[in-house]
Ligand binder design. Structure first.
Ligand code: KG4
Ligand code: ZN
Length: 332
């Protein structure tokens, strides 16, 4: 009889210390300590502070996750952790804890790419059908990724400058909404209408994006309105930005699906928590659309646990997100 397998997964790439535990493909714990409450005072993440906070918070999150799973550390069969991309110091803290646990428990270690984690969050409550397309929209990435099969990643479109989440965060700063800007703009947009005209950035035949262009157009419009002493409706401004940003994401994704026919479309990363995005993408027909539950969109340990489980059950330990591979020795 098959014995059950337990993987403990660690995510520390930015400002969330996340740990999740997955047993035989089922999440049995998912705990997170966010550092957002601290970084609101600075208007953004301070990498050195983030790393120190991961170090401080890690033991608490670990204990809470074991309590939730009702297991002891000795029952864990494998440790997974985010190895890249992210803030170097923050990633290193996660890697050190992961390696220490794996060595002291004498169990294997599985490095997981952060974006693979975001994509595989789709498998927590649903199932990616291949060939599949992923639209990754986060604070650091805006990418269209074609997946001929599981764990094969072809980046077919990307941003030429800022990521869409970065655009939301920067515009939120101009509107003095605070950090992180995405959820604040999303909430404010719901009180307004896209009454201001903003251009569709890089509305061409390519599958690429340019969100720095959209941010600059927003700043120019804002300055013009300030100079003209017109009454500015912040909610309408937020809704206008949101309309342009999400519409171009939708247009380019449709184009990508025409070029690369896919059986499912996964929307992944923090911006997939956006209410307008969730509405318009769910209306996309022909392709099965998977947008994970909100708690699995922004950074969390569960997505790393799911990706690790998917790799473990497929017995696939090659990491080729950026066509690089990790030797099997490193898995031990
Ligand atoms: O995936 P994530 O948690 O971290 C990275 O890997 O970057 O994404 C964070 C980004 C931030 O830019 C944040 O403002 C944005 O996701 N975000 C949102 C929403 N919730 C988070 N953007 C738009 N609408 C939201 N509701
Ligand atoms: Zn992320």
């Amino acid at each position: 009889m098959e014995t059950s397998k337990i993987i403990l997964a660690i995510e520390t790439s930015c400002d969330e210390t996340g740990i999740a535990i997955i047993k035989d493909g089922k999440l049995i714990a998912n705990k997170l300590i966010s550092q957002i409450d601290l970084f609101v005072h600075y208007g953004g993440v301070i990498p050195e502070l983030a790393a120190r906070l991961h170090e401080y918070n890690f033991p608490y999150v670990l204990q809470e996750s074991l309590n939730e799973a009702k297991i002891t550390l000795n029952e864990v069969d494998m440790i997974a952790y985010t190895f890249a991309p992210g803030l170097i110091g923050a990633l290193q803290i996660g890697a050190i804890f992961a390696k220490t646990l794996a060595i002291s428990l004498d169990i294997p270690l599985m490095p997981i790419h952060h974006l693979e984690g975001h994509i595989h969050a789709a498998n927590i409550d649903d199932k990616i059908i291949y060939p599949a397309m992923a639209l990754i929209v986060s604070g650091g990435h805006t990418e269209l990724v074609y997946m001929k099969e599981a764990f094969s990643y072809d980046i077919v479109g990307t941003t030429r400058d800022d990521a869409v989440g970065e655009c939301y965060d920067k515009v939120a700063r101009i509107l003095k909404l605070g950090y992180p800007g995405g959820p604040k703009i999303d909430a404010l947009s719901r009180e307004g209408h896209p009454a201001y005209k903003l251009p569709m950035p890089l509305d061409d035949d390519s599958l690429d994006f340019s969100f720095s262009g959209l941010k600059s157009s927003f700043i120019n419009l804002y300055n013009k309105l300030m100079r003209s002493h017109e009454l500015i409706n912040d909610a309408d401004l937020a809704a206008s930005l949101q309309y342009s940003a999400i519409t171009i994401l939708q247009k380019k994704t449709k184009r990508a699906l025409q070029k690369y026919p896919s059986k499912s479309l996964v929307i992944a990363g923090g911006v997939s928590a956006n209410s307008y995005l969730r509405k318009v993408f769910n209306d996309l027909h022909d392709t099965k659309v998977i947008i994970p539950k909100i708690q699995y969109c922004t950074d969390n340990g569960a997505m790393i646990a799911q990706a690790a489980w998917d790799r473990f059950s497929a017995n696939n330990f090659e990491n080729n997100y950026f066509k690089e591979s990790i030797s099997s020795e490193e898995l031990k």
